[in-house]
Ligand binder design. Structure first.
Ligand SMILES: Cc1cc2nc3c(=O)[nH]c(=O)nc-3n(C[C@H](O)[C@H](O)[C@H](O)COP(=O)(O)O)c2cc1C
Length: 739
């Protein structure tokens, strides 16, 4: 919803935002140029200046001071009227004042797109759109990084996404100010609000009518400081009843040319002063440095418009395409999909097409778009993946809440198909939860919940047969999933552990270029052959030759480290771990990155408690390596034997000495009086309780059995403070990467 609120006004106004941003940036240079062309002497009165000007220009009609300090004299001379920029010290001409046609054109383009009133309406609306974009963009960013405190953290996502958000968070303050002030100025132009400019002083009913005094001796002009001057209009020569019009920062007055008295004076109203401040904050006039800052921010606007459009386009292209999708109301069958990385959509599309071929009207949508009404639906199929430790994937994270709002339809029979991986303890847990919730809400179950392990083509085809039998249709569901485009990784280095314990474990470090071929200058310049962007805690999908299913490993490095590092234990009969353990430096593999953004240490001063066992140390070591800010980090790690499988031992010692790691607690099980991680946690219970009470975050990585016993230990540790793992999880302070 928030994203739509951001992208819709963004797409509609992109062209205008682009134009107004560029012209705004160009205009922002003028106050600075103006400021550096003139410097006003201090302590000079308007009378002194007027006197100097009159000496040089006997036919002076008006002296104007621009907000940036330039003095313009308008005069009449025998050769005709003219205007000069003058030196305030001598009153002499610096140069003829010829307003730049180019600057005027840019200003008109900025204000009205050269279209007069309709153009002004459009620029006013664009200012409103910019305001909406700034606010919604900021909220989206906060949501994406996981809170206001995290907004300055490095960003993830595609290059355009990162650049869009990167520039956005720098420019947002300036753009917000320009949008707000621009909106106010537009509203004043159309008379929707007052700018306070209408209030003129009353024209004096009578004047002294005496002989004019020299301008240098007129008290009202002597009392006015040049720094406050806006405009001085001279009386027509020879007209004894005429007066000077003096406009200053404080207000406007008429001045008797014989006595020099201010005949009437009207101070500027609060509204006018506010409007002038808004004008200044928008244009930077009189505040050249602000003008330049706003100009830089305004340059961000076209950048945001272009990158925003690219991000939108990429998202559209990535959206699963479902041909012949009926509306929810018209459809006889509804398919709802819960997916994080889109592979479940491929299965849903096959089911959708097969049902359509069998003559059904089918509506397929994400689970988060659970329609409130289906008038004709007799079948509801839910195909969903599971993430985290039994949690909902992104496109289904609202489903259980939505279920409370949608009344059960007894004419509709439902069937849930879960997609998951048996390596995870909570295999297809979210599918089971969705099934249980539907039943609890009174929906009619047509088929028992079924599960698909690792996107198995055969299991899906078998489920298709069951569905076909249920519907009385000849359904043939054939789908072989495609994994994302892979890139090549070549092994640079390996460090072997665990041989003594018959538990071979290796830290494998890969680079994008084979070790034998150093990257060429061209490659380096264009980042060819470089690693894609990833962070410690993300996953790498390794594709074993001849196996259709990739295997995932948690990353122990970030792409900034220049290597891709994983920690792999050789499993008995494990296809991928055997393949990886067989690699020698120089050997290359095919792989792809799967982001896992929720498994990250929070920024800030609160402690990060890292808990792991075995190869679970991988991402945790990566987090510590990146902790260059030396935030408090505590590691509790369990292995078998310190002699043979103390993974990352030298690195951890270095991290302790340079304070990237605050404290290390190890637990070895295959030594005399061996212990496991939960025991170490219990021994350090007081400290852990205090750290967590003060906002500490817990990140756990390891086997599901270890994660289960860690949960139990922490529940016991936190019980005296009425806290538990469940509440920490709900507030995002307890994250697990479990295998
Ligand atoms: C980080 C991560 C966590 C996962 N957690 C679970 C889990 O707890 N239980 C499970 O059965 N499968 C889990 N899986 C496996 C996915 O549910 C499975 O690969 C699914 O087919 C992905 O579907 P999708 O591409 O549509 O998101 C996880 C996968 C990843 C990458």
């Amino acid at each position: 919803m928030l994203r739509r609120f951001h992208s819709l006004p963004g797409l509609i106004s992109a062209l205008f935002v682009l134009l107004i941003g560029i012209t705004g940036a160009l205009l922002s240079i003028n106050p600075a140029l103006d400021r550096f062309r003139t410097s006003l002497p201090a302590g000079v009165s308007v009378a002194e200046l007027a006197d100097r000007v009159v000496r040089q220009y006997p036919g002076v009609e008006q002296i104007q001071r621009t907000p940036s300090g330039s003095l313009i004299v308008y005069y009449s001379a025998p050769a005709g009227p003219g205007a000069d920029r003058v030196d305030p010290v001598s009153g002499k001409a610096i140069a003829p004042f010829v307003p730049s046609a180019y600057a005027r054109w840019v200003k008109q383009l900025h204000r009205s797109l050269l279209l007069d009133t309709p153009g002004r309406v459009v620029t006013g609306i664009t200012a409103v759109a910019m305001l909406v974009l700034c606010i919604s963009g900021m909220l989206l960013l906060v949501k994406r990084v996981g809170g206001w405190r995290q907004v300055i953290r490095p960003l993830h996502g595609s290059r355009s996404q990162r650049w869009h958000a990167q520039v956005g968070r720098v420019a947002v303050a300036g753009l917000l100010m320009s949008a707000l002030t621009g909106m106010t100025m537009s509203a004043a132009t159309f008379g929707l609000i007052s700018d306070g400019m209408q209030a003129e002083p009353d024209f004096p009913a009578t004047t002294s009518g005496g002989q004019p005094k020299p301008v240098a001796r007129l008290p009202a002009l002597m009392a006015a400081d040049l720094a406050d001057l806006r405009e001085l209009v001279f009386p027509s020569p020879g007209d004894l009843s005429a007066v000077f019009t003096l406009r200053t920062r404080q207000g406007d007055a008429y001045v008797d040319q014989a006595t020099g008295a201010a005949l009437s004076f009207r101070a500027h109203s609060g509204v006018r002063e506010a409007y002038e401040l808004i004008y200044q904050l928008h244009t930077g006039e009189g505040l050249w440095w602000l003008g330049l800052l706003l100009g830089l921010c305004a340059l961000g606007a076209p950048w945001m418009a272009v990158t925003g459009a690219i991000v939108w386009w990429q998202r559209q292209r990535a959206k699963p395409r479902i041909a012949g999708n009926s509306t929810a109301q018209a459809a006889g069958t509804v398919i709802l999909v819960g997916s994080e990385n889109n592979s479940t959509w491929g299965f849903a599309r096959v089911l959708h097409d097969a049902l359509r071929e069998a003559g059904q009207r089918v509506h397929t949508a994400p689970m988060n778009q659970f329609p409130e009404r289906y008038d004709h639906a007799r079948n509801l199929f839910i195909l969903t993946a599971t993430y985290g430790d039994g949690d909902a994937p992104a496109s289904a994270n609202q489903f259980l809440t939505l279920l409370d709002r949608v009344p059960a339809n007894h004419a509709t029979g439902y069937a849930v198909l879960g997609f998951g991986d048996h390596q995870f303890a909570s295999f297809c847990q979210f599918a089971r939860d969705a099934d249980a919730a539907l039943q609890a809400h009174g929906w009619r179950r047509a088929l028992d919940v079924a599960t698909i392990d690792r996107q198995s083509t055969q299991e899906f085809a078998r489920w298709g047969d069951t569905v076909g039998a249920l519907l009385g249709l000849p359904l043939k569901l054939e789908h072989t999933p495609q994994h994302p485009r892979t890139f090549s990784l070549c092994l640079r280095e390996r460090v072997d552990y665990g041989l003594q314990e018959q538990e071979p474990t290796a830290v494998l470090r890969f680079a994008a270029v084979p070790a034998s071929e150093p990257a060429s200058l061209i490659d380096r310049l264009f980042r060819r052959n470089s690693l894609p962007r990833f962070d410690a805690g993300d996953l790498v999908g390794v594709v074993v030759p001849g196996s259709p299913m990739p295997r995932f490993y948690s990353l122990a490095s970030s792409s900034r480290d220049g290597i891709l590092e994983i920690c792999v234990r050789k499993q008995t009969g494990g296809l991928c771990s055997t393949y990886l353990h067989g690699l020698q430096p120089g050997d290359c593999i095919a792989a792809f990155i799967q982001p896992n953004p929720q498994f990250r240490p929070a920024s800030g001063k609160a402690a990060v408690i890292l808990i792991g066992a075995g190869t679970g140390i991988g991402p945790l070591a990566g987090f510590i390596r990146n902790n260059t800010g030396k935030h408090p980090m505590y590691l509790y790690w369990g292995g078998r034997n310190p002699e043979s499988d103390f993974l990352y031992e030298p690195e951890l010692r270095n991290y302790l000495s340079d304070r990237r790691l605050t404290r290390l607690h190890t637990a070895f099980s295959r030594v005399e009086n061996g212990v496991r991680v939960p025991i170490r946690l219990m021994e350090d219970a007081d400290n852990l309780r205090t750290l967590i009470e003060h906002g500490g975050q817990v990140l756990v990585c390891g086997s599901s059995a270890m994660a289960g016993s860690v949960r139990l230990a922490l529940d016991a540790i936190l019980a005296p403070r009425n806290m538990n793992v469940r509440t920490l999880k709900a507030s995002g302070r307890y994250r697990e990467d479990v295998f």
